[in-house]
Design a protein around this ligand. Structure first.
Ligand SMILES: [Zn+2]
Length: 676
């Protein structure tokens, strides 16, 4: 399904909240949005209070007027939100059950947003009813491009409704209390449950304590699985109604990349297109943003992909909210397109006057006119996107390399008591993704359910939890010639967080050709070294965080530890397995070793970079009907000399390049190269 049915160019726009402004401002907004080349607005994100002022009263007059105003602009599409991210105050007063209980065990009062208990029958009923009324009223609008359900689903609830629903979720999963006791290892600390009703939510009143520790890991992991499912059920309740009434309109919600509480790989299955909100810190490596794009895109398994929000200039929630420097908004917009997005969308069109988003950037600033740097940059990008037209829309990235990201592994490693509290799963995964991305190797982020047939190389750092069937899937992948890279804190536990009794790394032991006898956690700032005597990785390279003490069982030792009582023992191993190979990093490698390793391993796998690697130069390739578009982005703050390896034409400037032509790419500038 194409993103909006029949889009003819990259959709350009974002959140528009005119209900915060008097109506005389709206017409001026339309003039300004037209001037900026905006062709889609997301409406109604926080309008439940206005649409349903009391339990039995609905009032669509303001939304009617807003839709009429924006629809009068030629070509303006609407992404219509269902408005259910904040329940109305009357609902909290009349039905306190809709209010969440936080992890501290405190019943919340009305306020903030995403404040509704996901298992409240009242919330489920009225949110689905509002979606129905919106679909019935606006479903036939010709310019309705998509439904945007709720907004940035987040956090968790620990109320009694959720506790009851958790018990039902557990009953479905484990069938008998005996099976649950076995899976949860409840003979530990006398936790045996006699009855389902004995089970409570693992909050700070029961199993957990700050900062995110728990005495029963699997209970806490199961609660996160349950909470993610509960919020997904809220989404599905609305999506079901919308699909029933407007089956032709795509449905989505906005995700937030490496967001702790939600297993987006499950969510992506239920979205017609993947949408996400990209707010990188000003000092975030561009490859970290690239990983987020790939992670989100990967949750769709090939579905269309949309950048739903970014700021035109500045955020409001960080301790220090620096401005996006001139050219950065454009650069990061093209980065989204480079990673498969068919939209460039912002939060928001006009800057709020009051409350916590009053200093969040917008296309129209508080001064209210177009004579600002941000507006000029926005309008310039709008004109460029118009010129690009539909040339690469609906194209896809194709990758031979993949990196595994699994929310269960994040939850399990973060909640684990030992071996180190410095384990940060997304950052560990990023280290490995970074090494591939810096080489401009097209890389997908995959889950354990992703088919591996199309890949030659799979990185699965910190594969702590090995789910049923996954070890066999990797074995099949490697036997068929694939190369698998894993290492420290892997193969430790099953899906119930029960540790292997087969010797670490458990189910991966024969595949890796080694046994990990012990694991040493290094103190902050301390490190050991990988010592590699010969070959392309030769040198001494920093090893920190965790050091596995490895006993090879067929694997070849590539590196040895330099120091401590395990000096001279294997630190990096390689094992031939079937037609492929497995690499095992016993400790966390530094970036230089990983860079060299990525070069070596991509060479062995015959994986060519999309574009010659160059510091700070990112390149990706989108492919449609055999036609290739290579995006080249200069993330450096200075001009960079690059060599264009193929004949091509830049779609932005119409400049043609011949093979091996040198080009000075200005700082923060972009090429969109039509290669065919
Ligand atoms: Zn609840």
């Amino acid at each position: 399904m194409n993103l909006a049915g029949k889009i003819s160019k990259v959709l350009y726009g974002g959140d528009y909240n005119p209900e915060q402004w008097p109506r005389e401002v709206w017409q001026e907004d339309m003039r300004l949005l037209r001037l900026a080349g905006i062709d889609i607005v997301t409406l109604n994100v926080f309008s439940w209070a206005a649409l349903q002022p009391s339990e039995n009263e609905y009032d669509f007059s303001t939304l009617d007027a807003i839709i009429e105003t924006v629809s009068a602009v030629e070509g303006m599409k609407i992404c219509l939100a269902t408005g259910t991210a904040t329940h109305p105050a009357w609902m909290a007063r009349k039905y306190p059950e809709v209010l969440r209980v936080n992890i501290e065990g405190n019943k919340r009062k009305f306020g903030a947003r995403q404040n509704s208990c996901p298992n409240s029958p009242v919330y489920r009923k009225y949110s689905a009813l509002l979606a129905r009324k919106l679909a019935e009223r606006y479903g036939k609008l010709e310019n309705l491009a998509a439904w945007h359900i709720s907004n940035e689903y987040c956090s968790a609830c620990y109320c009694e409704n959720c506790e009851k629903a958790f018990r039902k979720w557990l009953m479905q999963k484990y069938k008998t209390i005996e099976a649950l006791n076995a899976a949860w290892n409840t003979s530990f600390w006398g936790h045996t449950y006699y009855d389902w009703d004995d089970i409570v939510a693992p909050s700070f009143l029961s199993e957990e304590w700050p900062p995110g520790r728990t005495s029963c890991q699997i209970q806490s992991i199961d609660y996160r699985r349950f909470n993610s499912d509960s919020l997904l059920d809220c989404y599905l309740a609305e999506a079901g109604v919308l699909k029933e009434i407007t089956p032709h309109v795509p449905v989505t919600t906005n995700m937030m990349a490496t967001y702790w509480e939600l297993d987006y790989r499950k969510w992506g299955k239920h979205m017609d297109f993947i949408a996400w909100d990209n707010y990188p810190a000003m000092d975030a490596p561009y490859t970290r943003t690239a990983m987020n794009h790939a992670l989100m895109r990967g949750c769709g398994g090939g579905k269309p992909f949309a950048l739903m929000e970014q700021t035109p200039s500045v955020t409001n929630w960080r301790p220090y909210n620096s401005l996006k420097r001139p050219g950065i908004m454009r650069l990061w917009s093209y980065q989204a397109l480079a990673h498969g997005s068919d939209t460039v969308m912002f939060f928001q069109m006009r800057r709020s006057r009051g409350c916590c988003e009053k200093f969040h950037g917008a296309i129209i600033d508080h001064c209210g006119h177009e004579n600002t740097r941000v507006f000029r940059e926005t309008a310039a990008l709008g004109a460029e996107l118009k010129k690009l037209g539909d040339v690469f829309l609906d194209s896809r990235l194709e990758s031979k390399a993949a990196v595994l990201f699994d929310w269960d592994n994040w939850w399990a490693t973060h909640l684990s008591a030992g071996p180190t509290s410095d384990m940060n799963y997304p950052e560990e995964v990023f280290r490995f993704y970074n090494a591939l991305a810096r080489r401009n190797v097209s890389t997908d982020m995959v889950g354990v359910d992703t088919p591996l047939d199309s890949y030659k190389l799979l990185f699965a750092p910190v594969l702590y939890m090995v789910k049923p069937g996954f070890a066999d899937k990797i074995k099949t992948f490697v036997r068929g010639g694939g190369v698998f890279v894993t290492g420290y804190f892997s193969g430790m536990a099953d899906q119930n967080d029960l540790v292997t009794t087969e010797g670490y790394p458990g189910e991966l032991r024969s595949l890796c050709g080694l046994w990990v006898e012990e694991t040493d956690a290094l103190l902050p700032g301390n490190y050991n070294n990988f010592v590699i005597k010969e070959g392309p990785l030769a040198g001494t390279w920093k090893a920190d965080l965790l050091c596995d003490i490895i006993r090879p069982e067929g694997a070849e030792t590539i590196a040895r530890y330099e120091s401590d009582f395990y000096a001279g023992t294997p630190a990096l191993c390689r094992n031939n397995y079937g037609g492929g190979a497995v690499w095992y990093f016993g400790a966390r490698p530094d970036a230089v070793l990983l860079d060299r390793f990525a070069a070596l391993i991509c060479g062995e796998c015959n994986i060519e970079p999309v574009f010659p690697p160059h510091d700070g130069i990112e390149a990706t390739r989108r492919i449609k009907d055999g036609r290739e578009f290579v995006f080249v982005l200069n993330h450096n703050t200075v001009e960079s000399q690059i060599t264009i390896p193929f004949a091509c034409r830049d779609l932005l400037t119409d400049k043609s390049f011949s093979p091996s032509e040198r080009y000075a790419l200005p700082a923060a500038d972009v090429l969109v190269l039509d290669v065919t």
